[in-house]
Design a protein around this ligand. Sequence first.
Ligand SMILES: [Zn+2]
Ligand SMILES: [Zn+2]
Length: 213
Amino acid sequence: MIGCCFVVKDGDAVLMRSSEPGKPSYVARVEAIETDARGSHAKVRVRWYYRPEESIGGRRQFHGAKEVFLSDHFDFQSADTIEGKCKVHSFSSYTKLDSVGNDDFFCRFEYNSATGAFDPDRVAVFCKCEMPYNPDDLMVQCEECSEWFHPSCIGTTIEEAKKLDNFYCEECSPQQQNLHNSNSTSKNRDAKVNGKRSLEVTKSKIKHTKRPG
Ligand SMILES: [Zn+2]
Ligand SMILES: [Zn+2]
């Protein structure tokens, strides 16, 4: 199917015009394209990506600005509402992008639009604040225990953190170990970091979001 300046095929991620003026475009995955006998009036079967604010639990601190959830919500839409193509990256490939464009998104959860449940329903947490990783937030890694920290949670700024060549967290820094005369071994710390620290991401707050169709 050919638009004004882009070609859309099954499996592509697309931006679709919102039915409410002023709202950001919807993100969807094209599942199938249907045209009538004359090749006009194309309809597309789409699978919606939800933005965090459209989910039952709402946007949470660890959700990235470009995060979307692959929902179980399918629809038929007129092909005219397609504004253009976009890219929905995996979480890890998104974090490796050199620069994030307007049409770059990432998805790490599938979302059940009826129950508000996420798959996976738990996600690893980091830092003293025990939050999942938000790729928009800079984090620094401890050279010793490999744990990740937010600059603000370790009493520094993003600018200062960017200048750090080596970072040792409170527990691993040599000064701190001398102070405490270290009675905890590094083995214990490894267990803590690699252990199943995670956050349950499915929250059931009732909030309904309207979708077109
Ligand atoms: Zn933190
Ligand atoms: Zn450490």
